[in-house]
Ligand binder design. Structure first.
Ligand SMILES: [Zn+2]
Length: 151
């Protein structure tokens, strides 16, 4: 599987989110053959809805799936607790992480549950998120639930 091609879709979503003034995290869900099932992006700002993360958006857009063990969730940034919970709840087999530098997430917690975690260390994902955190720190810390410590 060429994970770079899959990550390109998630990154496209992150870029759209950035241009919309939102938190630039994009994600997409694929089947075992790499066919796209759903794609989405964080829309906390756009929709005034803190429950729409990139991963949950892509997951919902993909609709009902009978089995997630053979599915691939691709996200531009390491998943937060909320999205990590979704991954474990539905037993998603593979998670491709664009980067875990700006936010390290809980990748070991996913691995412990048998999730195949693929880290891409993608420079485009790193740069886009870095820029966003620098320009809109309050929105970022709100998104990861740490606004108390930073405002
Ligand atoms: Zn999340």
């Amino acid at each position: 599987m060429n994970y770079e091609n899959l990550l390109a879709i998630a990154y496209e979503e992150a870029q759209i989110g950035f241009e919309e003034g939102g938190v630039p995290v994009g994600a997409a869900l694929f089947d075992a053959d790499g066919n796209l099932l759903g794609r989405g992006r964080n829309r906390r700002v756009q929709d005034n809805d803190p429950s729409v993360h990139g991963e949950t958006d892509a997951f919902r857009k993909a609709g009902r799936q009978t089995n997630y063990r053979d599915k691939i969730l691709v996200t531009t940034l390491a998943p937060c607790w909320y999205c990590s919970g979704l991954i474990r709840q539905f037993n998603i087999g593979t998670v491709v992480v664009g980067e875990a530098e700006n936010f390290e997430g809980h990748l070991d917690w996913l691995r412990e549950a048998g999730v195949n975690v693929v880290e891409m260390h993608d420079p485009h994902c790193i740069a886009l998120m870095k820029r966003f955190i620098k320009e809109s720190p309050h929105v970022w810390f709100e998104d990861i639930g740490e606004c108390d410590q930073h405002i």
